[in-house]
Design a protein around this ligand. Structure first.
Ligand SMILES: [Zn+2]
Length: 530
């Protein structure tokens, strides 16, 4: 082989294979550090969160990415209010001289949206099924009944469906999410909401509910005069059963009733009283933002965003003597990929035409608050943002055979996404658990809500050398045993190849989108179309 030919080959390879420099080992070491006990679970408003954001900003700086935050820094300030219900919280239900008291944490959890140190309420309870008003599916659980000032009792999730023309078939729609229930209740002027938890309707066990709410919960600061719920709460199935028994009802019958289109709200003839003392404090958190400017004089004002939330649950209720919620998979892995992407992008000898924003957002676990804040206060206009590619909780279990990009089909980059998958020899797999509504459960959803085409590059479901369904099996195990538990911890035997592949995939896709002539968008008619 001539020297020139060898040189040409090498340079062609390195130009084409730049993402080949993305390293599973670097992703592993970032993950190890961010999920170490030293980082104390990266809690919002906790020291560990401050260290995590400082670390990510430092990596961005070392990579040569430019600060894109406030006043020439790598940080976008996110002003939140932290509300932590304290153990003196009380909840009781009375009907016709009978009373049931519920025990905080064992029977119920709840937080007031009032952002004050004490919230009391005493309201009539109305059962509203799934609490959904969805005109496009001709579904209305409220049937014109005025629920102003009422305490709504409901199940999360949505009517069971296998028909794509009804609540998108098996897939969970936004109507099924607990966040929708609270928003709808607020729109209708309800006093509060109690969700009766069941593992099938929630998609996770009571520990996840308890660990998520029995802690400081971040809220975007209420505007003067803005309305709020006295309680956004959950009760266990058993507590729900006791509550409904006061009204001569039971969980199974009401679950069945909630499946029917002719369902009407059921006044339960019960008063529900509660007292929610809380620690309330201003919580100045931050998103980390770095930019690598594009090379095209015109298109560099447009952006491709890569995002991953840095926060996890911090220090919380101990489980088996461990109080640090390390969040190794959720989401040290995504942050590690984000840092590796920024490094590889900044190292490109020829920068893509559009600019790239690397954004690590806060307060995802508290309900996508950091990304919601970004969407409301974008550093660069939403209308000039081509795409958000988000990473949240990837599985280091070997070499992936596929990639899951739920929601990509809603955008006009899907054809590109397919080509790149082919190039990397990855199949595109459908979401294995559409009923979990993952599309509404991570930060890309905040961007989608604001009109920015967005989806996550999710964990693989099939792994090389493993039987079919291996990834899915381990995913279910992770969901049961480690998700939002202190045991989501780094393991030395993890193989990060799949994360390298997911990073490479996003890198190539992002670069193509950054170089396209046309700004990407939603498929016409999509619910998020701008
Ligand atoms: Zn996450």
């Amino acid at each position: 082989m001539s020297k020139t030919l060898a040189f040409l080959l090498i340079s062609a390879l390195s130009a084409g294979a730049q993402p080949g420099s993305i390293s599973a080992e670097r992703i592993r070491e970032h993950t190890r550090f961010l999920s170490s006990d030293l980082l104390e679970g990266r809690g919002v408003g906790q020291r560990g969160g401050d260290i995590a954001t400082a670390y990510i900003a430092t990596q961005f700086a070392l990579d040569g990415a430019k600060p894109a935050g406030d006043n020439g820094t790598f940080f976008q300030k996110v002003p939140l209010v932290g509300v932590e219900t304290t153990p003196g919280a009380q909840l009781s239900a009375t009907a016709g001289g009978q009373a049931v008291d519920f025990k905080y944490l064992d029977d119920f959890v709840g937080v007031s949206q009032r952002q004050t140190p004490q919230t009391d309420f005493d309201a009539e309870a109305v059962f509203v099924g799934h609490g959904i008003a969805a005109p496009e599916w001709k579904w209305d659980d409220f049937k014109g009944v005025d629920v102003k000032g009422k305490l709504l009792v409901l199940f999360t999730n949505e009517p069971t469906s296998t028909d794509l023309a009804f609540f998108d078939g098996r897939a969970l729609t936004y109507y099924g999410r607990w966040s929708y229930k609270y928003e709808e209740a607020l729109r209708r002027g309800a006093a509060g909401v109690l969700i009766i938890h069941t593992t099938p309707t929630a998609g996770y066990g009571w520990e996840v509910v308890r660990n998520s709410w029995a802690r400081e919960v971040p809220f975007v600061k209420l505007a003067p005069g803005e309305s709020s719920l006295a309680i956004q709460g959950w009760v266990t199935r058993e507590a729900g059963q006791k509550l409904l028994a006061l009204a001569g009802q039971n969980v199974d019958d009401l679950l069945a009733a909630s499946e029917k289109r002719d369902f009407k709200p059921i006044p339960l003839g019960i008063r529900i009283r509660g007292s929610l003392p809380a620690k309330v404090r201003a919580l100045d958190s931050r998103n980390v933002a770095a930019v690598v400017p594009g090379s095209d004089p015109k298109l560099k004002d447009e952006y491709v965003i890569f995002s991953a939330h840095w926060d996890h649950l911090g220090i919380g209720t101990p489980v088996n003597g461990d109080s640090i919620y390390n969040g190794a998979i959720d989401n040290a892995t995504g942050c590690a990929i984000l840092m590796e992407l920024a490094r590889a992008w900044a190292a490109l000898p020829q920068k893509p035409r559009r600019s790239a924003l690397f954004l690590s957002v806060t307060a995802e676990e508290g309900g996508l608050k950091g990304s919601e804040y970004y969407a409301a206060h974008p550093l660069f206009p939403a209308a000039k943002t081509a795409l958000d590619l988000n990473y949240d909780a990837l599985y280091p279990w070997g070499r992936a055979k596929d990639v899951v990009i739920t929601g990509a089909e809603r955008t006009d980059v899907y054809a590109l996404a397919q080509q790149i998958a082919k190039r990397l020899d990855l199949a595109i797999s459908p979401d294995a658990q559409p009923e979990q509504g993952h599309y509404f459960r991570s930060d890309h959803f905040s961007f989608a809500h604001a009109g920015i085409p967005a989806f996550s590059i999710e964990h693989a479901t099939e792994f090389a050398g493993q039987p079919p369904g291996y990834g899915q099996k381990l995913a279910e195990e992770y969901n049961d045993k480690h998700y939002h538990q202190p045991s989501d911890e780094f393991r030395d035997d993890w193989d990060f190849t799949a994360l390298e592949q997911a990073a490479e995939y996003g890198f190539l896709l992002g670069r193509e989108v950054a170089n396209q002539d046309k700004l990407s968008g939603w498929r016409p008619g999509d619910q998020f179309h701008r």
